[in-house]
Design a protein. Structure first.
Ligand code: SF4
Ligand code: SF4
Length: 510
Protein backbone atom coordinates (compact mmCIF):
# COMPACT_ATOMS: atom_id res chain seq x y z
CA UNK A 1 0.00 0.00 0.00
CA UNK A 2 1.27 3.43 -0.91
CA UNK A 3 0.87 5.92 1.93
CA UNK A 4 2.25 8.96 0.06
CA UNK A 5 -1.01 10.90 0.17
CA UNK A 6 -1.48 10.16 3.85
CA UNK A 7 2.06 11.33 4.65
CA UNK A 8 1.59 14.51 2.61
CA UNK A 9 -1.54 15.33 4.54
CA UNK A 10 0.02 14.57 7.93
CA UNK A 11 3.00 16.80 7.14
CA UNK A 12 0.60 19.70 6.70
CA UNK A 13 -1.65 19.23 9.68
CA UNK A 14 0.53 17.83 12.48
CA UNK A 15 2.39 20.38 14.62
CA UNK A 16 5.94 19.79 15.93
CA UNK A 17 4.59 18.73 19.33
CA UNK A 18 2.33 16.12 17.73
CA UNK A 19 -0.99 18.00 17.97
CA UNK A 20 -3.40 18.37 15.07
CA UNK A 21 -4.32 21.60 13.34
CA UNK A 22 -7.99 20.82 12.74
CA UNK A 23 -8.66 24.07 10.89
CA UNK A 24 -6.06 23.10 8.31
CA UNK A 25 -7.48 19.63 8.18
CA UNK A 26 -10.95 21.06 7.51
CA UNK A 27 -9.51 23.04 4.59
CA UNK A 28 -8.01 19.83 3.23
CA UNK A 29 -11.08 17.69 3.65
CA UNK A 30 -10.85 16.49 0.05
CA UNK A 31 -7.33 15.16 0.68
CA UNK A 32 -8.52 13.33 3.76
CA UNK A 33 -11.48 11.90 1.81
CA UNK A 34 -9.09 10.57 -0.77
CA UNK A 35 -6.90 8.93 1.91
CA UNK A 36 -9.99 7.38 3.50
CA UNK A 37 -11.03 6.05 0.10
CA UNK A 38 -7.67 4.30 -0.21
CA UNK A 39 -8.18 2.53 3.11
CA UNK A 40 -11.67 1.58 1.99
CA UNK A 41 -10.42 0.16 -1.30
CA UNK A 42 -8.03 -2.37 0.15
CA UNK A 43 -7.17 -3.98 3.46
CA UNK A 44 -5.15 -6.97 4.69
CA UNK A 45 -8.38 -8.87 4.96
CA UNK A 46 -9.84 -8.08 1.55
CA UNK A 47 -6.53 -8.13 -0.30
CA UNK A 48 -4.14 -10.46 1.57
CA UNK A 49 -1.61 -10.67 -1.29
CA UNK A 50 -0.96 -6.95 -1.07
CA UNK A 51 -0.14 -7.28 2.65
CA UNK A 52 2.12 -10.29 2.76
CA UNK A 53 4.15 -9.52 5.89
CA UNK A 54 3.16 -8.82 9.47
CA UNK A 55 4.80 -5.41 9.16
CA UNK A 56 2.67 -4.51 6.14
CA UNK A 57 -0.50 -5.55 7.90
CA UNK A 58 0.46 -3.77 11.10
CA UNK A 59 1.38 -0.56 9.25
CA UNK A 60 -1.99 -0.62 7.48
CA UNK A 61 -3.99 -0.87 10.70
CA UNK A 62 -1.95 1.77 12.54
CA UNK A 63 -2.41 4.21 9.69
CA UNK A 64 -6.06 3.32 9.24
CA UNK A 65 -6.76 3.86 12.95
CA UNK A 66 -5.22 7.32 12.91
CA UNK A 67 -6.86 8.35 9.64
CA UNK A 68 -10.29 7.08 10.70
CA UNK A 69 -9.96 8.95 13.99
CA UNK A 70 -9.29 12.23 12.21
CA UNK A 71 -12.14 11.57 9.82
CA UNK A 72 -14.59 10.98 12.68
CA UNK A 73 -13.43 14.10 14.53
CA UNK A 74 -13.54 16.41 11.54
CA UNK A 75 -17.10 15.26 10.79
CA UNK A 76 -18.16 16.87 14.09
CA UNK A 77 -15.53 19.54 14.62
CA UNK A 78 -15.50 21.81 16.61
CA UNK A 79 -15.64 19.46 19.58
CA UNK A 80 -13.55 19.58 22.73
CA UNK A 81 -13.20 15.86 23.35
CA UNK A 82 -13.87 12.60 21.57
CA UNK A 83 -16.26 11.85 24.43
CA UNK A 84 -18.38 14.81 23.35
CA UNK A 85 -19.46 13.58 19.96
CA UNK A 86 -23.12 13.48 19.00
CA UNK A 87 -23.83 9.81 19.45
CA UNK A 88 -21.34 9.25 22.29
CA UNK A 89 -20.14 6.11 20.53
CA UNK A 90 -16.96 7.49 19.03
CA UNK A 91 -15.01 4.28 19.55
CA UNK A 92 -17.81 1.79 19.13
CA UNK A 93 -19.73 2.72 15.99
CA UNK A 94 -18.78 0.65 12.92
CA UNK A 95 -18.62 3.55 10.51
CA UNK A 96 -15.19 3.08 8.91
CA UNK A 97 -14.62 1.05 5.76
CA UNK A 98 -11.43 -0.98 5.67
CA UNK A 99 -11.50 -3.06 2.50
CA UNK A 100 -14.72 -5.02 2.49
CA UNK A 101 -15.22 -4.60 6.23
CA UNK A 102 -17.03 -1.96 8.29
CA UNK A 103 -15.04 -1.49 11.48
CA UNK A 104 -15.11 0.62 14.61
CA UNK A 105 -12.04 2.11 16.23
CA UNK A 106 -12.52 -0.39 19.06
CA UNK A 107 -12.51 -3.26 16.55
CA UNK A 108 -9.20 -2.07 15.12
CA UNK A 109 -7.59 -1.44 18.46
CA UNK A 110 -8.77 -4.42 20.48
CA UNK A 111 -9.54 -7.18 18.03
CA UNK A 112 -7.00 -6.47 15.33
CA UNK A 113 -4.03 -4.54 16.72
CA UNK A 114 -4.02 -5.94 20.24
CA UNK A 115 -5.64 -9.24 19.38
CA UNK A 116 -3.43 -10.25 16.46
CA UNK A 117 -0.09 -8.48 16.72
CA UNK A 118 0.83 -8.68 20.42
CA UNK A 119 3.03 -5.62 20.02
CA UNK A 120 2.70 -3.33 23.08
CA UNK A 121 4.38 -0.45 21.27
CA UNK A 122 1.24 0.08 19.19
CA UNK A 123 -0.07 2.09 22.16
CA UNK A 124 2.52 4.75 21.39
CA UNK A 125 1.65 4.87 17.70
CA UNK A 126 -2.13 5.04 17.56
CA UNK A 127 -3.77 8.29 18.39
CA UNK A 128 -7.40 8.59 19.47
CA UNK A 129 -7.50 12.37 19.21
CA UNK A 130 -6.86 13.15 22.88
CA UNK A 131 -4.12 15.12 24.61
CA UNK A 132 -3.23 12.05 26.68
CA UNK A 133 -2.45 10.04 23.50
CA UNK A 134 1.04 9.73 22.10
CA UNK A 135 1.97 12.59 19.77
CA UNK A 136 0.61 12.18 16.25
CA UNK A 137 3.37 11.15 13.85
CA UNK A 138 3.81 13.67 11.03
CA UNK A 139 4.21 10.82 8.52
CA UNK A 140 2.60 7.48 7.78
CA UNK A 141 3.85 4.29 9.39
CA UNK A 142 5.72 2.32 6.76
CA UNK A 143 6.28 -1.43 6.85
CA UNK A 144 9.97 -1.04 6.27
CA UNK A 145 11.75 -0.47 9.59
CA UNK A 146 8.40 -0.48 11.40
CA UNK A 147 9.67 -2.06 14.64
CA UNK A 148 12.39 0.62 14.91
CA UNK A 149 9.80 3.32 14.24
CA UNK A 150 7.62 1.93 17.03
CA UNK A 151 10.57 1.76 19.39
CA UNK A 152 11.40 5.43 18.66
CA UNK A 153 7.74 6.44 19.17
CA UNK A 154 7.73 4.66 22.53
CA UNK A 155 10.93 6.35 23.61
CA UNK A 156 9.60 9.76 22.62
CA UNK A 157 6.44 9.14 24.59
CA UNK A 158 8.31 8.05 27.70
CA UNK A 159 10.76 10.96 27.56
CA UNK A 160 7.84 13.31 28.22
CA UNK A 161 7.63 13.93 31.95
CA UNK A 162 3.85 13.81 31.82
CA UNK A 163 4.00 10.22 30.59
CA UNK A 164 6.84 8.93 32.74
CA UNK A 165 8.45 10.56 35.76
CA UNK A 166 10.79 8.71 38.07
CA UNK A 167 10.68 9.89 41.67
CA UNK A 168 13.88 8.41 43.15
CA UNK A 169 13.33 9.89 46.58
CA UNK A 170 9.98 8.15 47.08
CA UNK A 171 10.80 5.14 44.86
CA UNK A 172 7.81 5.78 42.62
CA UNK A 173 7.25 5.95 38.88
CA UNK A 174 4.40 8.12 37.67
CA UNK A 175 3.28 6.84 34.30
CA UNK A 176 0.61 7.50 31.73
CA UNK A 177 -2.77 5.90 32.29
CA UNK A 178 -2.15 3.98 29.07
CA UNK A 179 -0.13 1.52 31.17
CA UNK A 180 -3.17 0.97 33.35
CA UNK A 181 -5.73 0.78 30.57
CA UNK A 182 -3.76 -1.93 28.74
CA UNK A 183 -1.80 -3.42 31.65
CA UNK A 184 -2.05 -6.96 30.34
CA UNK A 185 -0.23 -5.95 27.13
CA UNK A 186 2.89 -5.13 29.14
CA UNK A 187 2.90 -8.15 31.43
CA UNK A 188 4.30 -11.59 30.92
CA UNK A 189 2.25 -14.72 30.37
CA UNK A 190 0.74 -14.88 33.85
CA UNK A 191 -1.98 -12.25 34.28
CA UNK A 192 -1.62 -11.12 37.86
CA UNK A 193 -1.57 -7.61 39.23
CA UNK A 194 2.04 -8.06 40.43
CA UNK A 195 3.03 -9.24 37.00
CA UNK A 196 1.36 -6.20 35.39
CA UNK A 197 3.46 -3.91 37.57
CA UNK A 198 6.70 -5.76 36.93
CA UNK A 199 5.88 -5.75 33.22
CA UNK A 200 5.47 -1.97 33.22
CA UNK A 201 8.80 -1.53 35.05
CA UNK A 202 10.56 -3.92 32.62
CA UNK A 203 9.10 -2.08 29.66
CA UNK A 204 10.11 1.35 30.93
CA UNK A 205 13.63 0.27 31.86
CA UNK A 206 14.14 -1.32 28.44
CA UNK A 207 12.91 1.68 26.48
CA UNK A 208 14.69 4.30 28.53
CA UNK A 209 17.96 2.36 28.73
CA UNK A 210 17.80 2.10 32.53
CA UNK A 211 19.30 -0.66 34.64
CA UNK A 212 16.29 -2.75 35.62
CA UNK A 213 17.66 -3.05 39.16
CA UNK A 214 17.66 0.73 39.55
CA UNK A 215 13.84 0.77 39.63
CA UNK A 216 13.19 -2.61 41.16
CA UNK A 217 10.37 -2.54 43.69
CA UNK A 218 9.28 0.97 42.67
CA UNK A 219 5.63 1.73 43.10
CA UNK A 220 3.79 2.46 39.84
CA UNK A 221 1.44 5.45 40.02
CA UNK A 222 -0.88 6.09 37.09
CA UNK A 223 -1.34 9.71 35.98
CA UNK A 224 -4.74 10.98 34.98
CA UNK A 225 -5.54 10.85 31.28
CA UNK A 226 -6.32 14.08 29.49
CA UNK A 227 -9.25 13.33 27.18
CA UNK A 228 -9.30 16.90 25.82
CA UNK A 229 -9.04 17.07 22.02
CA UNK A 230 -5.43 17.11 20.73
CA UNK A 231 -6.25 20.35 18.98
CA UNK A 232 -3.33 22.71 18.33
CA UNK A 233 -5.77 25.62 18.61
CA UNK A 234 -6.44 25.03 22.27
CA UNK A 235 -4.35 24.75 25.37
CA UNK A 236 -4.67 21.45 27.16
CA UNK A 237 -7.45 21.99 29.62
CA UNK A 238 -7.07 20.11 32.81
CA UNK A 239 -9.53 21.40 35.37
CA UNK A 240 -8.37 21.36 38.97
CA UNK A 241 -10.62 18.36 39.62
CA UNK A 242 -10.28 15.53 37.17
CA UNK A 243 -12.07 12.39 36.19
CA UNK A 244 -11.18 9.42 38.38
CA UNK A 245 -10.25 6.00 37.10
CA UNK A 246 -9.53 3.02 39.33
CA UNK A 247 -5.90 1.97 39.53
CA UNK A 248 -6.28 -1.71 40.39
CA UNK A 249 -7.01 -4.72 38.23
CA UNK A 250 -8.85 -7.90 38.93
CA UNK A 251 -7.13 -11.04 37.85
CA UNK A 252 -8.44 -14.49 38.72
CA UNK A 253 -4.81 -15.57 39.17
CA UNK A 254 -4.12 -13.05 41.96
CA UNK A 255 -3.39 -14.53 45.36
CA UNK A 256 -4.64 -11.44 47.22
CA UNK A 257 -7.46 -8.98 46.77
CA UNK A 258 -6.11 -5.80 45.13
CA UNK A 259 -8.98 -3.52 46.13
CA UNK A 260 -11.52 -3.46 48.94
CA UNK A 261 -14.34 -1.05 49.77
CA UNK A 262 -15.13 -0.16 53.37
CA UNK A 263 -18.76 0.75 54.01
CA UNK A 264 -19.99 2.51 57.13
CA UNK A 265 -23.71 2.66 56.28
CA UNK A 266 -25.99 4.86 54.21
CA UNK A 267 -26.31 7.76 56.65
CA UNK A 268 -25.93 10.92 54.58
CA UNK A 269 -26.59 14.66 54.58
CA UNK A 270 -28.24 14.35 51.15
CA UNK A 271 -31.02 12.24 49.68
CA UNK A 272 -30.20 11.78 46.01
CA UNK A 273 -32.98 10.05 44.15
CA UNK A 274 -30.54 7.94 42.12
CA UNK A 275 -28.28 6.94 45.03
CA UNK A 276 -27.13 3.33 44.63
CA UNK A 277 -27.28 2.68 48.38
CA UNK A 278 -30.36 4.88 49.03
CA UNK A 279 -28.46 7.28 51.28
CA UNK A 280 -30.35 9.78 53.45
CA UNK A 281 -30.29 11.47 56.89
CA UNK A 282 -32.48 8.57 58.03
CA UNK A 283 -29.85 6.01 57.03
CA UNK A 284 -27.74 3.90 59.39
CA UNK A 285 -24.14 4.40 60.51
CA UNK A 286 -21.82 2.14 62.44
CA UNK A 287 -18.24 3.20 63.19
CA UNK A 288 -15.14 1.23 62.18
CA UNK A 289 -13.99 -1.15 64.90
CA UNK A 290 -10.44 -2.42 65.21
CA UNK A 291 -11.69 -5.91 64.33
CA UNK A 292 -13.06 -4.62 61.01
CA UNK A 293 -9.88 -2.74 60.19
CA UNK A 294 -7.68 -5.72 61.14
CA UNK A 295 -9.78 -7.89 58.84
CA UNK A 296 -9.40 -5.33 56.03
CA UNK A 297 -5.61 -5.36 56.39
CA UNK A 298 -5.55 -9.17 56.45
CA UNK A 299 -7.72 -9.45 53.34
CA UNK A 300 -6.30 -6.74 51.09
CA UNK A 301 -2.82 -6.69 49.48
CA UNK A 302 -0.61 -4.40 51.60
CA UNK A 303 -0.02 -2.14 48.59
CA UNK A 304 -3.59 -2.38 47.27
CA UNK A 305 -6.36 0.22 47.21
CA UNK A 306 -8.75 0.70 50.12
CA UNK A 307 -11.90 2.71 49.41
CA UNK A 308 -13.97 4.36 52.12
CA UNK A 309 -17.56 5.14 51.22
CA UNK A 310 -21.02 5.46 52.71
CA UNK A 311 -23.28 7.42 53.16
CA UNK A 312 -21.08 10.39 53.65
CA UNK A 313 -17.70 9.62 55.28
CA UNK A 314 -16.91 13.27 56.09
CA UNK A 315 -19.77 13.27 58.62
CA UNK A 316 -17.38 11.16 60.72
CA UNK A 317 -14.12 12.62 59.48
CA UNK A 318 -12.20 12.04 62.72
CA UNK A 319 -13.18 8.38 62.66
CA UNK A 320 -11.87 8.09 59.09
CA UNK A 321 -8.60 9.78 60.01
CA UNK A 322 -8.19 7.43 62.98
CA UNK A 323 -9.00 4.43 60.81
CA UNK A 324 -6.37 5.42 58.24
CA UNK A 325 -3.80 5.92 61.00
CA UNK A 326 -4.64 2.48 62.39
CA UNK A 327 -4.33 0.85 58.96
CA UNK A 328 -0.93 2.45 58.39
CA UNK A 329 0.29 1.26 61.78
CA UNK A 330 -0.75 -2.27 60.74
CA UNK A 331 1.42 -2.08 57.62
CA UNK A 332 -1.00 -0.97 54.92
CA UNK A 333 1.05 1.12 52.47
CA UNK A 334 -1.37 1.34 49.55
CA UNK A 335 -3.67 4.04 48.27
CA UNK A 336 -6.70 5.14 50.28
CA UNK A 337 -9.68 6.53 48.37
CA UNK A 338 -12.50 8.41 50.06
CA UNK A 339 -15.81 8.88 48.20
CA UNK A 340 -17.55 12.05 49.29
CA UNK A 341 -20.21 14.50 48.20
CA UNK A 342 -17.78 17.31 49.14
CA UNK A 343 -20.30 19.37 51.06
CA UNK A 344 -18.17 19.30 54.20
CA UNK A 345 -15.17 20.54 52.24
CA UNK A 346 -13.07 21.42 55.31
CA UNK A 347 -13.49 17.95 56.74
CA UNK A 348 -12.65 16.30 53.45
CA UNK A 349 -9.49 18.42 53.20
CA UNK A 350 -8.60 17.44 56.78
CA UNK A 351 -8.81 13.77 55.78
CA UNK A 352 -6.65 14.43 52.71
CA UNK A 353 -4.08 16.31 54.76
CA UNK A 354 -3.88 13.57 57.36
CA UNK A 355 -2.03 11.23 55.00
CA UNK A 356 -0.19 11.81 51.69
CA UNK A 357 -1.53 8.61 50.12
CA UNK A 358 -5.20 9.55 50.38
CA UNK A 359 -7.23 10.68 47.38
CA UNK A 360 -10.84 11.85 47.29
CA UNK A 361 -13.47 11.19 44.64
CA UNK A 362 -16.40 13.60 44.47
CA UNK A 363 -19.81 12.71 43.19
CA UNK A 364 -20.04 13.85 39.55
CA UNK A 365 -23.69 14.89 39.68
CA UNK A 366 -23.32 16.93 42.84
CA UNK A 367 -20.04 18.53 41.77
CA UNK A 368 -21.64 19.68 38.50
CA UNK A 369 -25.13 20.20 39.85
CA UNK A 370 -26.59 17.78 37.30
CA UNK A 371 -29.67 15.85 38.43
CA UNK A 372 -28.73 16.96 41.94
CA UNK A 373 -28.61 20.04 44.07
CA UNK A 374 -25.16 21.47 43.29
CA UNK A 375 -22.27 21.61 45.68
CA UNK A 376 -22.55 24.88 47.66
CA UNK A 377 -20.33 27.48 46.01
CA UNK A 378 -18.02 28.00 48.96
CA UNK A 379 -17.40 24.24 49.23
CA UNK A 380 -16.71 23.92 45.51
CA UNK A 381 -14.31 26.87 45.54
CA UNK A 382 -12.44 25.48 48.54
CA UNK A 383 -12.07 22.06 46.95
CA UNK A 384 -11.05 23.52 43.58
CA UNK A 385 -8.42 25.68 45.30
CA UNK A 386 -7.03 22.84 47.38
CA UNK A 387 -7.00 20.55 44.37
CA UNK A 388 -5.14 23.09 42.22
CA UNK A 389 -2.47 23.29 44.92
CA UNK A 390 -2.36 19.47 45.31
CA UNK A 391 -2.75 18.00 41.84
CA UNK A 392 -3.94 14.42 41.54
CA UNK A 393 -5.51 14.26 45.00
CA UNK A 394 -9.16 15.16 44.30
CA UNK A 395 -11.11 13.66 41.43
CA UNK A 396 -14.70 13.46 40.30
CA UNK A 397 -16.52 10.25 39.54
CA UNK A 398 -18.13 9.20 36.29
CA UNK A 399 -21.25 10.85 34.92
CA UNK A 400 -23.17 7.61 34.39
CA UNK A 401 -26.13 6.88 36.66
CA UNK A 402 -26.80 3.23 37.38
CA UNK A 403 -30.13 1.48 37.73
CA UNK A 404 -29.28 0.56 41.29
CA UNK A 405 -30.62 1.43 44.73
CA UNK A 406 -32.92 4.44 44.63
CA UNK A 407 -32.26 4.73 40.87
CA UNK A 408 -33.22 1.13 40.06
CA UNK A 409 -36.38 1.90 38.13
CA UNK A 410 -35.53 5.39 36.94
CA UNK A 411 -35.23 6.37 33.31
CA UNK A 412 -32.14 8.50 32.84
CA UNK A 413 -31.42 10.65 29.84
CA UNK A 414 -29.19 8.91 27.31
CA UNK A 415 -26.15 10.89 28.31
CA UNK A 416 -26.32 9.35 31.80
CA UNK A 417 -26.73 5.77 30.59
CA UNK A 418 -23.74 3.39 30.71
CA UNK A 419 -24.65 1.99 27.33
CA UNK A 420 -24.30 5.42 25.73
CA UNK A 421 -20.71 5.57 26.96
CA UNK A 422 -19.77 2.18 25.63
CA UNK A 423 -20.00 0.55 29.08
CA UNK A 424 -22.79 -1.75 28.00
CA UNK A 425 -25.64 -2.73 30.28
CA UNK A 426 -23.85 -5.47 32.21
CA UNK A 427 -22.41 -5.58 35.71
CA UNK A 428 -19.74 -2.99 36.49
CA UNK A 429 -17.66 -5.69 38.25
CA UNK A 430 -16.51 -3.69 41.26
CA UNK A 431 -14.27 -5.10 43.96
CA UNK A 432 -16.07 -6.26 47.12
CA UNK A 433 -16.96 -4.49 50.33
CA UNK A 434 -16.35 -5.01 54.02
CA UNK A 435 -19.17 -3.37 55.96
CA UNK A 436 -18.94 -2.06 59.51
CA UNK A 437 -21.57 -4.69 60.35
CA UNK A 438 -18.72 -7.14 59.80
CA UNK A 439 -19.89 -8.71 56.51
CA UNK A 440 -18.05 -9.17 53.25
CA UNK A 441 -20.47 -8.11 50.54
CA UNK A 442 -19.72 -8.77 46.88
CA UNK A 443 -20.81 -5.40 45.47
CA UNK A 444 -20.56 -1.79 46.73
CA UNK A 445 -23.64 -0.78 44.69
CA UNK A 446 -25.71 -3.52 46.27
CA UNK A 447 -24.38 -3.12 49.84
CA UNK A 448 -27.91 -2.48 51.09
CA UNK A 449 -29.22 -5.76 49.68
CA UNK A 450 -28.91 -8.45 52.30
CA UNK A 451 -28.94 -11.63 50.26
CA UNK A 452 -26.90 -14.86 50.03
CA UNK A 453 -26.10 -13.83 46.44
CA UNK A 454 -23.49 -11.42 47.81
CA UNK A 455 -22.38 -13.10 51.03
CA UNK A 456 -18.60 -13.62 50.72
CA UNK A 457 -18.00 -14.12 54.44
CA UNK A 458 -17.67 -12.16 57.63
CA UNK A 459 -15.12 -10.86 60.10
CA UNK A 460 -13.10 -13.93 61.01
CA UNK A 461 -13.46 -15.61 57.60
CA UNK A 462 -10.11 -16.72 56.23
CA UNK A 463 -8.98 -14.13 53.61
CA UNK A 464 -8.25 -16.92 51.12
CA UNK A 465 -11.89 -18.03 51.40
CA UNK A 466 -13.13 -14.46 50.83
CA UNK A 467 -10.97 -14.27 47.70
CA UNK A 468 -12.18 -17.64 46.40
CA UNK A 469 -15.78 -16.57 47.02
CA UNK A 470 -15.18 -13.34 45.16
CA UNK A 471 -13.78 -15.30 42.20
CA UNK A 472 -16.93 -17.44 42.30
CA UNK A 473 -19.00 -14.26 42.28
CA UNK A 474 -17.17 -12.95 39.18
CA UNK A 475 -17.87 -16.22 37.39
CA UNK A 476 -21.52 -15.98 38.45
CA UNK A 477 -21.71 -12.50 36.88
CA UNK A 478 -20.40 -13.88 33.58
CA UNK A 479 -22.43 -17.09 33.55
CA UNK A 480 -25.66 -16.10 35.27
CA UNK A 481 -26.25 -12.44 36.09
CA UNK A 482 -25.33 -10.71 32.84
CA UNK A 483 -27.00 -13.29 30.55
CA UNK A 484 -30.17 -13.21 32.72
CA UNK A 485 -30.33 -9.41 32.54
CA UNK A 486 -29.82 -9.46 28.77
CA UNK A 487 -32.59 -12.04 28.42
CA UNK A 488 -34.95 -9.80 30.39
CA UNK A 489 -33.96 -6.65 28.48
CA UNK A 490 -32.85 -4.76 31.60
CA UNK A 491 -29.47 -3.73 32.98
CA UNK A 492 -27.69 -6.08 35.35
CA UNK A 493 -27.87 -3.51 38.16
CA UNK A 494 -31.63 -3.29 37.71
CA UNK A 495 -31.88 -7.05 37.87
CA UNK A 496 -29.89 -7.11 41.12
CA UNK A 497 -32.09 -4.43 42.63
CA UNK A 498 -35.50 -5.58 41.47
CA UNK A 499 -35.50 -9.28 40.57
CA UNK A 500 -32.50 -10.85 42.28
CA UNK A 501 -34.54 -13.67 43.78
CA UNK A 502 -35.14 -15.05 40.28
CA UNK A 503 -31.46 -16.01 40.13
CA UNK A 504 -29.69 -18.97 41.77
CA UNK A 505 -27.02 -18.03 44.31
CA UNK A 506 -23.35 -18.30 43.29
CA UNK A 507 -22.59 -21.15 45.71
CA UNK A 508 -20.04 -19.70 48.12
CA UNK A 509 -17.82 -21.56 50.57
CA UNK A 510 -18.69 -21.02 54.21
S1 SF4 B 1 -25.30 9.75 46.27
FE1 SF4 B 1 -23.88 10.29 47.91
S2 SF4 B 1 -24.60 12.27 48.60
FE2 SF4 B 1 -26.28 11.38 47.46
S3 SF4 B 1 -27.50 10.29 49.00
FE3 SF4 B 1 -26.07 8.80 48.15
S4 SF4 B 1 -24.36 8.83 49.55
FE4 SF4 B 1 -25.52 10.71 49.91
S1 SF4 C 1 -24.97 -5.63 38.40
FE1 SF4 C 1 -25.34 -6.12 40.55
S2 SF4 C 1 -23.36 -6.87 41.26
FE2 SF4 C 1 -22.98 -5.74 39.35
S3 SF4 C 1 -22.58 -3.62 39.92
FE3 SF4 C 1 -24.76 -3.72 39.55
S4 SF4 C 1 -25.67 -4.14 41.55
FE4 SF4 C 1 -23.50 -4.67 41.68
Amino acid sequence: MDYTKWTRLLEKIVTPDGKVDYHRLAERRAELDSVIAEFAASSPQSDPDAFASDEERLAYWLNAYNAFTLNAIIAEYPITSVWKTRDGAFFQRRRHRAGAQAVSLDDIEHEILRGKFHEPRIHFAINCGSVGCPPMRPAAFEASGLRDTLWAATERFLRNEWNCRIDRENRRIHVSRIFKMYAEDFAGAEATAGNYRRGVLDFIARHLGLERDSIDGYEVVYNIYDWGLNDSAREPHLGPILFHEPVEHYSAADSELRELHLYEGNFCNRTCDWCTISGSPGGWYRPYSHAILEQAVATLAADGNLKFYGGEPTLHAEAIIDAIRFLRARGFTGLVTVYSNGIKADRLIAILESDPRVEAVLNYSIYHGRDAEPLPRHAKEKLDRWSAAHPGRIFKGYKVLFHAGAGARHDFDRDREGDYHGMGTGCVRCFPVLTTKGRFHACPFAAEIDSPHYDLGKVGTDPATVLRNYRTFRRWIDDTLDPAARARGITSCELCHTRLQELPTPGFEK
